[in-house]
Design a protein. Structure first.
Lengths: 198, 728
């Protein structure tokens, strides 16, 4: 451990946690089989047949730069470890654009047409909901004090929000969540992206 | 026995959690309300004794979280972090525990020594919720009590809990936010150890740095090299956390707080509330706030408050006015009849008149706050804001600005005090600054004098209507301009809670009314009284040594006759017929009015009026109007009586036909319009200036309002008069 630290590859403060320095992280990733990563990326993400993926990984691994490799690895890891903020994003990509040879430009339509992926309906904002409709929060697409206030009020991913009523002029709207009720202006409501709850 | 020190207790909680009623329950009358320096955030302090110990209580502003977006949030955070109170009572609404306990989580994270007050426990119980308090207490490691603030229940238990917490402080309430977060926090806290920031706040500072809170980032940037190093560490950790979790840290932390609350509630809930806890409230809303009945009901509610404040308020106002008048007469009677003693004038006209001028608004204020308490405590205020927000928002105002502005049509003073219902500082200041443009009741006598003087009968009603509409239009435009200029900034979130309907309690309403009235009398009243005295002096002094009238009498140009009773007109006519050519005949009354006019002309106000002539000339005004305008600063309606005095008509009212006739003779209708516009927009009365000073917490806003409105009035009147003169 001491030797790794001297090489500047890890930092270890105190007893418990060991952290890789950026250099260390890159070194580790180089050590990890490039071949393996490229193969799984080609087959799992891009849905190539196993043999073709293997062959292409061979061809790529000797020419791809460290930088590109590093980024590809990050992307791949991100895809695998993190279903949020938009779960099923990769699934939709597969449904639409590669497996089915659809043009990738309009995943919503594609989704509806194929009827694949029943649980994943497209994102809309609670501003699009009509009184009486319910949505499950997926994303809060704003920043600063409005975002903080929404979070404080319990507008979080996976929470169901029901639009109770709309002011006479159509703005603001009145929503219900967790058993209490809030009003939001339209520009705030548009930032809360929801899907239809299952 | 060792010296027992005073224990400092802070009361923290989200808006609508009933903090203030708990505060009142704990301290009773021992409280003091002021503003935090430099902001319009109210600082409420008080104290109580328990077991021979004194507890100093500070009511923090209600905020939904401890962040640094609004002045309220900054104040609350700063008090807890830097003035670390011995005990922090966290007040939560028992009916929305899921949300309100996240605030407790933040207080725990900040490292405070908390006591949890589960307020509105009666409502939660009614909804069927049952909690295991013992279990909750042992899990949290600090006292938990149930309270009902608006009925002052659970106060003894709360006092005891505070005493217990003070005796056994929680050294470090540990909030587990998950391994990832803890690791990141630890790294940042380690880096903070190198800075000279107080170590007590390191964990909280670390949380805020991870959330990229601009206030804490600035704080560290100012802390030199170690600060910048800590910032770098925080940035690295933040990026790592976000890469690991795929969430930004603010969202991640919020989820963690909710996770903590969720876990806690699972452990302590014996019985969950029934689902229909809000059923009645929802049923009421289906009628009161629906698309058809919403607006009519809203207008009816606004009208009811207006009617209560002004129509009902007029009755006690009459008593107060009459009371001060007879008091003035009684005290004046101590001097020999006809005495011209300056002391008599000071006491009767200056002091008694001034105090009367302060107290005469009191019924309005008491009744307005009764109405406001009713609207707020029932929960209707939030619904009213919901209904009209879109209109108000278009002009940079808030839905809740509506009520204070409507109140302004009755009187600007209670209107400005009513802006207190607005939570956001910028909303409050904007509303306050434009409020004098709502044509108040004191301006009505002026319109009743001027409109008939300058408009033909068929045009009188539309003209009056136009005056009001013009005031509203200027107010809305000005609000928009303010929000684009000096009060610009990120818009405060409208994300607003709509609490269930509740029955208001008399205790709550009375406390609010008494507090507001007292604040008005004490804070604004002293300023109003002082300005009244100055105004009295300005209109009375200096006195002329000799009167032109006396010189004329001496020269034989004027003859004064005393006529009385039924035969007076005939006697006067006979005297006139007898008088030589070129000699005017006046009654004693008329002579007295002439002297008063000369007094006023000679006084400071008169001199000011004449001095103003070059400035107000381009608006079409002469020195007489100028003198009356100076008087109108004391109170708008004084304009009418001052005009009467300048024109030697003695005491006049707006009904005075003679004055109307004189005005129509001396001034063109264009001057009339220019004058109406000027009086509508300019010079809020001195009470307005004093109350704005008191409510905004600084002279800056009061002077800005005074100067700003006067300049705007001047410019508009100037344009109207000059362009009008060119066209006609």
């Amino acid at each position: 451990m001491k030797r790794l630290a001297d090489l500047g590859l890890v930092t270890y403060e105190r007893r418990e946690y060991i952290e890789l320095t950026p250099e260390g992280e890159r070194a580790a990733r180089r050590v990890l089989s490039r071949h393996q990563i490229l193969t799984s990326f080609l087959s799992e993400v891009l849905m190539m047949p196993a043999e073709a993926a293997e062959a292409d990984a061979c061809a790529m691994e000797h020419h791809i730069s460290d930088e590109a490799m590093d980024r590809m690895v990050r992307f791949f890891e991100f895809m695998r470890s993190c279903p949020n903020p938009e779960p099923g994003f990769l699934q939709r990509f597969h449904d639409c654009s590669i497996v089915n040879n659809e043009l990738p430009e309009c995943p919503h339509q594609c989704n509806l047409r194929k009827g694949l992926n029943q649980e994943e309906t497209p994102l809309m904002s609670i501003a699009d909901l009509k009184p009486g409709e319910t949505g499950r929060v997926r994303q809060i697409n704003t920043s600063g004090s409005i975002r903080q206030r929404l979070l404080d009020m319990g507008v979080l991913p996976d929470v169901d929000v029901r639009v109770e009523r709309v002011a006479p002029s159509g703005d603001p709207i009145w929503i219900k969540l967790h058993g209490y009720q809030l009003s939001l202006r339209m520009n705030e409501a548009r930032a809360v992206l929801v899907t239809e709850p299952p | 026995m060792p010296e027992r020190k005073t224990i400092r207790v802070a009361l923290a909680g989200q808006p609508n959690a009933g903090k203030t009623s708990l505060f009142n329950g704990l301290t009773g009358a021992h409280q003091h309300v002021a503003n935090y320096p430099g902001v319009t955030v109210e600082k409420r302090e008080g104290h109580y004794d328990h077991d021979d110990r004194r507890y100093d209580l500070l009511d923090l502003p209600g905020t939904y979280s401890l962040s640094s977006f609004s002045p309220e949030e900054r104040v609350a955070q700063d008090e807890l972090l830097n003035n670390s109170p011995d005990v922090t009572v966290v007040v939560v609404d028992s009916t929305t525990l899921e949300r309100s306990l996240t605030f407790l989580a933040q207080i725990m994270q900040l490292g405070a020594n908390p006591v949890l007050a589960l307020n509105m426990a009666d409502e939660a119980e009614e909804a069927g919720q049952q909690l295991d308090l013992e279990q909750m207490q042992s899990l949290l490691g600090f006292p938990v009590v149930e309270t009902v603030g608006n009925r002052a229940k659970g106060m003894t238990a709360l006092r005891e809990a505070v005493a217990r917490a003070a005796a056994n402080p929680v050294l470090r309430s540990r909030l587990v936010l998950g391994e990832r977060m803890d690791r990141a926090l630890e790294a940042v806290v380690d880096a903070l150890a190198g800075t000279d920031l107080d170590s007590g706040g390191h964990v909280w500072t670390a949380v805020k740095l991870l959330m990229a809170d601009p206030m804490f980032t600035d704080l560290l940037e100012a802390a030199g090299e170690p600060g910048r190093r800590a910032l770098d560490v925080a940035r690295n950790q933040r990026e790592k956390l976000e890469a690991d979790t795929g969430l930004d840290v603010a969202l991640f932390v919020s989820e963690r707080y909710y996770g903590f609350v969720d876990g806690l509630l699972k452990e302590v809930t014996r019985r969950a509330p029934r689902r229909d806890a809000r059923a009645i409230s929802d049923r009421i809303d289906r009628v009161i706030t629906n698309r058809v009945l919403g607006i009519p009901f809203f207008l009816a509610a606004m009208f009811a408050v207006f009617w209560l404040t002004f129509t009902v308020g007029e009755i006690p106002m009459g008593w107060i006015e009459a009371g001060f008048k007879s008091l003035g007469l009684w005290i004046g009677g101590m001097w020999p009849a006809g005495s011209e003693s300056p002391l008599k004038s000071l006491v009767v006209d200056g002091v008694i008149g001034g105090v009367g001028g302060v107290l005469v608004f009191l019924p309005n204020i008491v009744l307005l706050f009764a109405g406001l308490a009713l609207l707020e405590d029932t929960g209707y205020m939030a619904r009213a804001a919901f209904l009209v927000d879109s209109v108000m928002h278009r002009f940079g105002l808030h839905g809740k600005s509506f009520l204070p502005m409507v109140t302004g049509f009755g009187c600007t003073i209670p209107g400005i005090m009513g802006t207190r219902i607005l939570e956001n500082e910028r909303d409050r200041l904007t509303t306050m600054l434009v409020l004098p443009l709502m044509s108040c009741g004191a301006r009505l006598p002026i319109w009743m004098l001027l409109v008939p003087a300058f408009f033909a009968p068929p045009w009188r009603a539309p003209a009056l209507w136009l005056i009001y509409a013009f005031g509203i239009a200027v107010a809305l435009v000005l609000a928009k301009v303010l929000r684009r200029s000096i009060l610009a900034g990120e818009e405060a979130p409208f994300v607003m809670e709509l609490p269930p309907y509740r029955l208001p309690t008399l205790r709550g309403a009375v406390t609010k009314m008494a507090e507001r009235s007292w604040l008005y009398v004490k804070k604004a009243g002293t300023v109003i009284l002082a300005v009244s005295l100055v105004m009295w002096f300005a209109t009375s002094y200096p006195k002329p040594a000799t009167y032109q009238l006396d010189r004329d009498i001496h020269a034989g140009k004027v003859v004064v006759v005393t006529v009385k009773g039924k035969g007076a007109p005939a006697a006067l006519a006979a005297a006139r017929a007898r008088a030589p050519k070129g000699t005017a005949v006046l009654t004693t009354n008329e002579a007295e009015n002439r002297r008063k006019a000369e007094d006023l002309r000679y006084s400071t106000a008169g001199r000011l009026g004449r001095g103003m002539e070059p400035i107000i000339g381009p608006l079409g005004f002469d020195w007489k109007i100028g003198t009356a305008l100076v008087g109108a600063f004391a109170a708008k309606e004084v304009f009418v009586s001052q005009m009467g005095i300048v024109y030697s008509m003695g005491e006049v009212s707006e009904e005075s036909k003679g004055l109307r006739f004189t005005l129509a003779r001396d001034y063109s209708p264009l001057t009339g319009i220019s004058l109406i516009i000027f009086l509508l927009i300019a010079t809020p009365c001195m009470a307005t200036v004093a109350v704005t000073r008191r409510e905004s917490g600084s002279w800056k806003w009061a002077l800005l309002q005074f100067v700003g409105l006067t300049v705007i009035a001047y410019v508009i009147s100037l344009l109207v008069f000059q362009i009008g003169s060119l066209l006609l």
